[in-house]
Design a protein around this ligand. Sequence first.
Ligand code: GAR
Length: 196
Amino acid sequence: MKRVAILISGGGSNMLALLRDMGQGGYAEPVLVASNDTAAGGLQKAADLGVLTAAVDHRPFGKDREAFEAALAAKIDAARPDILCLAGFMRILTPGFVRRYEGRMLNIHPSLLPKYPGLHTHARALAAGDTHAGCTVHEVTAELDAGPVLGQGSVPIQPGDTEASLALRVLSLEHQLYPAVLRRFVAGDRTLVRLP
Ligand code: GAR
């Protein structure tokens, strides 16, 4: 069975969706949930579900991203994952880290890539007057939010939508999309998942 590690920075709702789906589907085994923030709410939720957790605080490393990543990679590699899922992991990765896990590292991003890489995706979609927003699961490559797309989910933007209301609607789609893509990816299938 494939071994999956998940990297988070916050509440970890996507992580929980992945853990639940792996628990139900039995197609992969969660071997680690790791965070760059010792206070990330998702760490306790993962531990409560019996998943091994680790935290490597990025702050003491200052600008030395490589040193932070080396410490994080040591934790990851000790868990021997086959696949790495970034789920709300909010650190930019160096090309060296990406190379180490390339081809087996996925990320979820709250926009319809290639639109709106980076931050504030929902505000940018609203400001642009877009009719739809959404989320994308993609393979992680050295260029930020630009790797091969494996899945995409789209929701209509409604009149009166705010950044918060849109984020909530997209997030619930993220919770469906990420597990659906992981299931395929584990099976070696990289064909695009489209939701709804
Ligand atoms: C999600 O919306 C995810 O798409 C986004 O952070 C949120 C994490 O929520 N990721 C990024 O913006 C990555 N650049 P969660 O911790 O509840 O899963």
